[in-house]
Structure formats: C-alpha cells, structure tokens
Design a protein around this ligand. Structure first.
Ligand SMILES: Nc1nc2c(ncn2[C@@H]2O[C@H](COP(=O)(O)OP(=O)(O)OP(=O)(O)O)[C@@H](O)[C@H]2O)c(=O)[nH]1
Length: 451
C-alpha cells in the first residue's frame, strides 16, 4: 500500500476496506475470524507509514466505514453488483457515504496525531476519494471472483485471455511513454477507449480486473511523482488521478453491467419467443388432432379416416398386399335412444368406440363413420383374418354390459366386410362393405357378412 500513499500518509487508492466489505457481503457478517483477519491486515498495511497506535486508530476508522457501508447495503438489499440498480445503490452506500464518513474521521487522525502539512479538508478529500476508489475498484472485482461461494476463475477463461494480454500491453506502452516523455498529451484519458471496448466485449468479469489493474497502475505512477496531468503540485496530481480513476471505473463497470443487462433482456426475450412458439406448435397439434377426432368416441372422424385409409389402400394396391374394410352398425339403436334417452345412447356409442380402440392392432384404424355406424380399416388382413376380426369384435360388443343413468344395457352390432381387389378405391371398398352390412341386418342382425 505504501506505493500508493501520499506524503501525508493518505492512500491515493485504499484497497483493504473492500476485502472486509466483500467478506461481510459474502458471509452476511457471520464469520468473526474473517473480521479479525481483516483488522490485522488493515493495521499491518498502515504500519509502514504510521506508529502502531495511529495504525490501530486508522484501522478503527476503516472498519467503521466498512460497517456503515455494509449496514446501508443490507438496508438497500444489495448483496451482488450484477445489476445496474444495485451498482448505483452500492455507489451511494460505499464510495459516497461510507468513504465520506471515513474521510472526515481519518483526516482528524492524520492532521492531529500525525501532524500533516496539508489542510484538514484537503486531507479529508484525498482520504475520501482514496477509500471511495478502493471500494469502487475492488469490490466488484472480488465479488466477481467469489461468485456464489465459489472461486470463479477470471484469469483462465479463454476469451478473456487475449483481452488481458491486450490490456497489459496497452498499460505497459502507456507507462513506458509517460515515464520517458512525461508529456501532458499522454493523459490517462487515452486509456478510456480501449477500456470501454474491453468492457463491452468481455463483460463484467474482465471489466473489474481491467479497472483494478489500470487504477493501481495510475495510483503508483502518481505517487511516484510521474506528472500524469502536467506539472501540478503532488496533491493536485493525486486529486486529478483520483477523479480520473473514479470516472474510468464508473464508466467501465457501468458499461459492462449495462451490456450484461441488455444481454439478459435479449436472452429473456428469446426465451419468451421460444416458449410462445412451442405453445403455438402444441396448440396447432391439438387443433389438428381435434379436427381429426370424433368428440363422442375419441375415434377418428369420417374425413380423417378417408385420408388415412386412402393412403393404406394405395400402398396395399402398389405392393399387392391384402386389406379389409369392416363396417359396423349398432343394432336397433333407435330403440336404445327411444327407451333410455339420447344421453344413454351416447354412452353406448362411446363404449363401442372404446371396444374398437382396445381390440384392434396398432396398424389398424377405426373411425366413427356417422350416427351409430363405425368403420375399421385393417391393412394386411385377408379373408380369414378379416372374418376372424369381425367375429371377435361382434362377440366383444355382445359381451358388454353398459351401465348408464341407472340402466344396464346389452347391445349387438352387425358387421359387413369387404376385401381389396385390383382397381379398387376406398369408396368402392366401403360401398361393398355397406352392402354386406345391409345383408347382415337383413339376415337377422348380430352377425357378420362378407361382400
Ligand atoms: N344417442 C345418439 N344417437 C344417435 C347419434 N347419431 C345417430 N343417432 C341415432 O341413431 C339412430 C339410428 O337409427 P336407425 O338408422 O333407424 O337404425 P337402428 O335403430 O340402429 O336400426 P338397425 O340399424 O336397422 O338395427 C337414430 O335414432 C339416430 O337418431 C348420436 O350421436 N347419439
């Protein structure tokens, strides 16, 4: 710390307070040992410049400052600095209020215990700015590293590496030039564009490191007497450096956070669009299904079976495969309606639909063809298979006892089936199956007839 300290012993940029603040923020003030360790570090950092009791009082001032900042941040609900709003709150609580109080108290120690040359207000101002910058530069950096209780590597990330190297190169060139030429044209302001570019491209993690490195470099240069801002008195040079570091930090960190927020918004927007698209696709699927389904029985409707069966018919004709069509009609269904009511009739139709769904192969298709009439399309079914299937369906329906509205109802179905012939189409097949069904009705119902 001695490298960045003015002749009166006030730091141009004072970093240790941020360590204590971050320890408090991360652990919510739980770990006392961390506090003791930081107090020890604060005193040790002051020992090279001050007598031990001065160092002890100064560390008391620093700790007070940190606790005021921490208390304010807790009141404002700020534990992380990844949003612009929390950064602004942090700026008010730490660099503005906490460091200001620290500056007022610290200047008393420097002026009256240490016997400084500069005026009380001038020392208070340098102290305030030094502490403010220490908090501003270091807190976001440490919070970036100790992310959610884990140490996040800011150094080895591949996309950051080129940025770090470029930053070190820029700083090295700047330091060499200003040390050799001491030219006022080499104002640190020329560092701003590359830093903003880096903050924009490499996000908050990198911005915190670049701000910390640049600030420290400038602080060391100004306290070593390098005239960063022309031939001013040392204290004026320090003040300018502090002002510059302040502006640079706010701009870099603010810019990085702003970019992160924009990215976040963009991501959320994309997520929302993706969600809506998925919902629309699902709705579309549901609509398609609804358009194909008969609401009462859950089977395909007439239009859907026409499309699907036509494909089956074409395929079986092309490959010379058999196919059968079964037409089922509930016997004396009008009586069911008349005797028990239309609602009971609906339950009966739904049961026939369920029987078909449960009894057929997955390659078979069934549909409600109209009223109390059903159709089954059975690819690969020859005469024997179709007759067996029709018989089985007839028996299963006849074996059902349907309970509805307090009634127990037994029903039967008549079935006519037709087999695919060369040159057939779906309409011809259904026409023949219908004729066979008519025969089944004529011969007494509850029976199967072949076309
Ligand atoms: N409950 C109900 N009844 C329907 C529905 N669609 C058609 N029906 C009725 O089904 C009955 C069909 O009667 P018919 O065509 O005379 O045939 P049936 O009484 O079954 O006599 P057969 O076919 O000769 O055995 C009519 O009463 C229609 O009103 C429906 O969705 N729900």
């Amino acid at each position: 710390m001695a490298f960045t300290t003015s002749p009166d012993g006030v730091a141009v940029i004072w970093l240790p307070n941020a360590f204590l603040l971050v320890a408090l923020l991360l652990n919510r003030g739980r770990h006392a040992w961390m506090l003791l360790l930081t107090v020890f570090a604060e005193v040790a950092a002051d020992i090279p410049v001050f007598r031990w009791y001065e160092a002890a009082i100064i560390s008391g001032v620093n700790i007070t400052e940190v606790f005021i900042t921490y208390g304010l941040l807790r009141c404002l609900g700020v534990l992380r600095l990844e949003r612009l709003e929390s950064q602004v709150r942090f700026l008010v609580a730490g660099p503005l209020i906490g460091a200001f109080i620290g500056g007022l108290l610290g200047a008393v120690v420097i002026k009256y215990f240490h016997g400084a040359e500069e005026s009380y207000l001038s020392i208070a101002r340098v102290w305030w700015f030094g502490d403010a910058l220490g908090l501003l530069v270091t807190t976001p950096l440490l919070l970036s590293i100790f992310h959610h209780g884990k140490v996040r590597s800011l150094v080895v990330r591949r996309d950051y590496l080129a940025g770090y190297l470029a930053l070190i190169a820029v700083l090295a060139i700047y330091v060499s030039l200003i040390v050799i030429y001491k030219d006022v044209l080499l104002t640190p302001a020329i560092l701003l564009p590359p830093m903003l570019y880096a903050a924009h491209r490499l996000k908050l993690g990198f911005a915190t490191v670049s701000v910390a490195l640049t600030s420290l470099t400038l602080a060391i240069l100004v306290t070593a007497g390098v005239p960063l801002f022309g031939d001013a008195r040392l204290i004026v040079g320090i003040l300018h450096a502090q002002e510059f570091i302040f502006i640079m930090s706010i701009m870099s960190l603010g810019f990085a956070v702003l970019m992160a927020e924009i990215e976040q918004h963009k991501y959320q927007l994309e997520q929302r669009v993706a969600d809506r698209t998925r919902e629309l696709a699902q709705l579309n699927q549901q609509l398609t299904l609804m358009a194909q389904t008969d609401a009462l029985t859950g089977l395909l409707n007439r239009r859907a079976i026409f499309e699907l069966a036509t494909q089956d018919v074409d395929r079986c004709l092309r490959y010379g495969r058999p196919l059968a069509i079964l037409m089922l009609d509930v016997d004396m269904f009008k009586l069911v309606n008349d005797q028990y009511g239309h609602q009971v009739g609906d339950v009966v139709l739904a049961r026939v639909g369920r029987v078909l769904q449960e009894s057929l192969r997955t390659s078979d298709k069934s549909a409600r063809y109209g009223g109390e009439e059903f159709i089954v399309v059975a690819p690969e079914a020859n005469e024997a298979t179709a007759s067996e299937l029709a018989e089985r369906l007839r028996e299963i329906v006849a074996g059902q006892t349907i309970q509805a509205e307090g009634y127990e109802i037994k029903i039967t179905v008549s079935i006519g089936f037709s087999l695919l012939r060369q040159g057939d189409d779906f309409a011809q097949l259904t026409k023949r199956a219908d004729e066979a069904l008519y025969l089944a009705k004529r011969y007494g119902r509850n029976r199967v007839e072949k076309a």
